[in-house]
Unconditional design. Structure first.
Length: 84
C-alpha cells in the first residue's frame, strides 16, 4: 500500500486505529534521535555507541527476557525457547 505524507506529517491512507500507535512511534523515534545527535556531536561516536548499546541492552533485559519467564520459557535452550 502506498502511503502519502501530508505537510503536517500525517500519513494518508492509514486506518484510524493505526494512527495513534504510529504517532507514538514517530514521537519516540524523534525523541531518541534528539538524544543521540547532541551526544555524537559533543562526546563522539564511540560514547554514543556505548550509550545506545546500554539503552537497548536495558530494554532487552526489562522487556524481552522477562517475557520468557512469564511464558514459562526460561531454562530452555535459546533456540528451543524462540521456536516455542
Amino acid at each position: 500500500m502506498a502511503e502519502q505524507t501530508s505537510g503536517a506529517g500525517l500519513v494518508q491512507g492509514v486506518p484510524p486505529a493505526e494512527r495513534a500507535p504510529r504517532a507514538v512511534a514517530d514521537l519516540y523515534h524523534a525523541y531518541f534521535t534528539g538524544l543521540i545527535l547532541p551526544l555524537v556531536s559533543r562526546r563522539g561516536s564511540g560514547d554514543a555507541a556505548r550509550w545506545m548499546h546500554a539503552v537497548f541492552r536495558h530494554q532487552h533485559h526489562e522487556k524481552f527476557l522477562s517475557s520468557f519467564e512469564k511464558l514459562g520459557l526460561s531454562g530452555m535452550p535459546h533456540a528451543v525457547a524462540c521456536a516455542a
